[in-house]
Every structure is written in structure tokens, then in C-alpha cells.
Write a protein that binds this ligand. Structure first.
Ligand code: AHR
Length: 497
């Protein structure tokens, strides 16, 4: 029996809801068809936003949404996406599939989507091919409340009142698609561009995010911070990090989203666990510059990236989503909780129809993916306090791909309940667990579980194959909770204390 020690008296940090954030890019069918169908569509919508998708996203309490990219952000010129739709410029989306982008979804539409979702806004600015003036005017357009050229233009386009921009990214992947820059050069550009990301509303300052590293590029983190770290907030509030789980480890042949072996399973989960090394090592560099942890690590692109579904446009990055994705989500969300002292935001890539999506659509049809169910189980942690917890684990896996059999995290919710989330990475072994809560009597436990075969997924013809059910195999004795976690699952226990 694995021992699980939980001490609700020791709280280790606040879990920012933004840790469960999302990302939406002008890529494939994420925006067009996925989130936005336009006011004239037969698909039920409110101001062009799909009602079914918005309702499903509200259910998982999307805390923040990043837009318009991704690589697209460093080619995006925001003025193309405002004003009457019929006169908006059309362009070729050169990064993603070479299709025509008609700019019918722009700043006003993004703000309307966030309004409907009730989430915070994260705008990613263009450093790669945009000017300082363009970035500065976008901020003015969105946030200035008064008489100014940009505020007047916004009002003329139908929005009298400014919006709140919660986060602003100064460039995206500027080491790659965002301009192939050296970190020192980007650092200097960050200093310059961020100067003009003005806070017009001092009561609601914009959190500024600098472009961080790709995976294990520690040199980038070191040099960017060396070049532009400044003490105090308002200059840099976050540094991003991008890390994708590639099942085979080979970008040229990443592996199928649904057709994989047990060995592929363990290889993938082992790759996903590398996230902890990245958080620790980039975190250690950040600690040297910022020991007080004023700057958040913003993991604003993460998730599993497989080969596209056969027969689909390779530039659209459309992939299915199985129990393996649910485990990838559960493992990462537990890690983000555990490192909530430094990780202040994370955005899974991407929200709908692209990479590890929570929702897939096909015309008027929609399915919730196993990843959606994992997020639904973890939403209880939003705004909670991380609780001290230690679980005994052992290694499982195949050949060189060995992983701990279990991951977990525990938080104390605002409602006074303890929330435990666990993942069992083993494909065939259940584990009996004895959880002991220090000096805390347990009144009741309610369990919810997501489980199924490793390749199980939801399709448009069978949308309910994977879904959560009640988990009742729990015994409570004083301050002890005994339960047996089945293989290949994501489990949530809500504990009344
Ligand atoms: O999410 C897909 C792409 O991956 C993004 O556009 C880019 O930032 C990253 O390389």
C-alpha cells in the first residue's frame, strides 16, 4: 500500500487560476469554424461565437485566453482586423496552411469572446514584423479611456468603452518564427517595445510578458534576463516558456494521436514529465535574478503534438485526443500546481481543433475531448492554496521509458474543502493508497474518475466514449482515506474536513 501524507496545515502558495489557461491562434480551424462562425451562420451563435463551444468552455472555467498567436502573432497587423468586415484586408496565412485569412475575427471579436467566456485577456503583440508604433497604438486602441486618435477609432468601430488587457506578450518565439533573434538582441528589443506598452489605467495595469525559451534553451533565459531584467514590477511581469510533448521525440515523425503502442505511451509520458526539469532549471536561473519571485514563469504553450489526422491539411495541426492526452494534461496540471510559487500562468495549445484541444468540431458537431474532462476535474484547484503532500511512488514502464506510477497535487479550496488530483500512469496496475491527513478529521470524500483504454477517444459519431464517472472505492477512518486507484486514469477526490 502506498503511503500518502497530506498536511492541510502547511500551505505552500496560491494557485493562480491562469495556470489552467488556454491559447487560440489563427491556425487551421481553431478560430474560424471552431470558436467563431460569424453572425450569419446556421450554427447557433451569439455575435458570431459558437454557443455550444462557449458553453463547454465556460463549464471548465477558462481563466485566461491568449491570442492571436503563436507564430501568427509576429505577422499580425491588428489594424487589418478592425472596422467593417467587408473592407477588412485579406491576407495569406503563410505559417499555417497558406489559406486566406479574411480578418473577420479581430480585436473586437476577441474581446467579445472573452466577455462571453468570462475570462482574462492575453494579447500577444508583434515584435518580429511589427513596429513599436503599431504595438503602442494597439495598446492605446484597446485600453485608453478618453480622447485620442486610437480611442476615437475604437469608438467609431462600436466600442465606446475600453477593454481590460490583463496580459500583453511582447513577441512570440523570437528565437524562431518571431524573427530568429539572438537573446541579447531580443532583450534589447524587449526593453524598447515594452516602454510603449503603456498603462493608461493605473488601477488595472497590464502584465507584460517577455518571450522566453524553447524547452531546454537555458542560454536564452540567462541572456534575456541579463539584458532586460529589471527589479520591480511593471517592466517585466512574466517570462514565457514553450514546451511540447513529442511522442517519438522526433519532430519529423511525431507519431499518431490515436494509433500508438504501450511503449509509445510510456515514452510520451516520460517526455511530458521533462516539464518538471524545465521548470526547475529555468526557475533556478530566474531565482538568481529574481529571488523574490516577482516574475511569473508563463508556460504559454504546452501540450502533446502528434502527426495530423490522416487526410487533413498538414498546416492545420488537427489531431485527435485520447486518454493519453488526459494523462498528459493531468500530469502537467499537477506539476504546475506543485510549482505555483513560480508558475503563474500556463496555456494549453490549443483550445479548439489544433494540437491538444479541449474541444473538437466538425461543422455543427462538437465533442469534448479527454483533455476537456481532465481540465474539468482540475478546475477545483483554481484560486486554491497548494497543500503540502507527499505520495510514495514506484517506477513503471517499458525498456528505457520508466516513469513514476503516480502523480498528485492537493489544494485547499476557498470553500474549505481539500481537493486531491491524481494520475495513474501505469497501463495495467492499480495501486492501493493510504492517505493520512495531519491532525485533520475527514468528514466525507466524493470521488470522480476519468478512465478508459489508452487509445480511447471521443468521435463525432461516439462523443461519449470517454467521460467522467463517480468513484466510490473509498474508505474513510478518522484522518485516513484508503482507496485503490485504477490504472490509466485521472482521479479527483473532494474531501470535506
Ligand atoms: O502552437 C503552434 C505553434 O507552435 C505556435 O504558433 C508557435 O508559437 C509554436 O511553435
Amino acid at each position: 500500500m502506498a503511503k500518502y501524507f497530506i498536511n492541510p496545515k502547511v500551505q505552500k502558495g496560491h494557485i493562480n487560476p491562469e495556470i489552467q489557461g488556454h491559447f487560440s491562434e489563427h491556425l487551421g480551424r481553431c478560430i474560424y469554424g471552431g470558436l467563431y462562425v460569424g453572425e450569419d451562420s446556421d450554427i447557433p451563435n451569439v455575435n458570431g461565437m459558437r454557443t455550444d463551444v462557449v458553453e463547454a468552455l465556460k463549464e471548465i472555467q477558462v481563466p485566461v485566453l491568449r491570442w492571436p498567436g503563436g507564430c501568427f502573432a509576429d505577422e499580425y497587423h491588428w489594424k487589418d482586423g478592425i472596422g467593417p468586415k467587408e473592407t477588412r484586408k485579406k491576407m495569406i496565412n503563410t505559417h499555417w496552411g497558406g489559406i486566406v485569412e479574411d480578418n473577420s475575427f479581430g480585436t473586437h471579436e476577441f474581446m467579445e469572446l472573452c466577455r462571453q467566456l468570462g475570462c482574462k485577456t492575453y494579447i500577444n503583440g508583434n515584435v518580429g514584423s511589427g513596429t513599436v508604433q503599431e504595438m503602442s497604438e494597439w495598446v492605446e486602441y484597446m485600453t485608453f479611456d478618453g480622447v485620442s486618435p486610437m480611442a476615437d477609432m475604437r469608438a467609431a468601430n462600436g466600442s465606446e468603452k475600453p477593454w481590460k488587457v490583463d496580459y500583453f506578450g511582447v513577441g512570440n518565439e523570437n528565437w524562431g518564427c518571431g524573427g530568429n533573434m539572438r537573446p541579447e538582441y531580443y532583450g534589447d528589443l524587449y526593453r524598447r517595445y515594452q516602454t510603449y506598452v503603456r498603462n493608461y489605467d493605473n488601477a488595472n495595469p497590464i502584465s507584460k510578458i517577455a518571450c522566453g525559451a524553447n524547452a531546454g534553451d537555458y542560454h536564452w533565459t540567462e541572456k534575456v534576463l541579463e539584458t532586460c531584467f529589471d527589479h520591480g514590477t511593471g517592466y517585466m511581469d512574466g517570462l514565457s516558456l514553450h514546451y511540447y510533448t513529442i511522442p517519438t521525440g522526433d519532430w519529423s515523425k511525431k507519431g499518431s494521436a490515436t494509433d500508438f503502442t504501450e511503449k509509445d505511451w510510456y515514452q510520451t509520458l516520460s517526455a511530458t514529465l521533462f516539464m518538471e526539469t524545465l521548470i526547475k532549471r529555468h526557475g533556478a536561473i530566474m531565482d538568481r535574478f529574481d529571488p523574490e519571485k516577482k516574475i511569473g514563469m508563463m508556460i504559454d504553450e504546452w501540450g502533446i503534438w502528434t502527426d495530423v489526422e490522416p487526410g487533413t491539411n498538414p498546416g492545420f495541426l488537427y489531431q485527435q485526443n485520447t486518454m493519453r492526452d488526459a494523462l498528459v494534461a493531468g500530469i502537467n496540471l499537477n506539476l504546475f500546481n506543485k510549482h505555483c510559487d513560480r508558475v503563474k500562468m500556463a496555456n494549453i495549445a490549443q483550445m479548439v481543433n489544433v494540437l491538444q484541444s479541449v474541444i473538437l468540431t466538425d461543422g455543427a458537431k462538437m465533442v469534448k475531448t479527454p483533455t476537456w474532462y481532465a481540465f474539468n476535474l482540475y478546475k477545483v484547484h483554481q484560486d486554491g492554496e497548494l497543500v503540502d503532500s507527499h505520495l510514495e511512488t514506484r517506477y513503471v514502464g517499458m525498456d528505457e521509458f520508466k516513469v513514476p506510477n503516480l502523480t498528485e497535487s492537493v489544494s485547499l479550496g476557498k470553500d474549505g474543502k481539500l481537493y486531491m488530483t491524481l494520475t495513474n500512469l501505469s497501463l495495467d496496475e492499480a495501486e492501493s493508497i493510504q492517505a493520512v491527513l495531519t491532525e485533520t478529521e475527514v468528514k466525507s470524500v466524493k470521488g470522480t474518475i476519468l478512465t478508459g483504454g489508452m487509445n480511447a477517444h471521443n468521435t463525432f459519431d461516439a462523443p461519449d466514449t470517454v467521460h467522467t464517472v463517480e468513484f466510490t472505492d473509498v474508505t474513510v477512518k478518522g484522518n485516513e482515506i484508503d482507496f485503490t486507484i485504477p490504472p490509466c486514469c485521472v482521479l479527483q477526490l473532494a474531501v470535506e474536513i
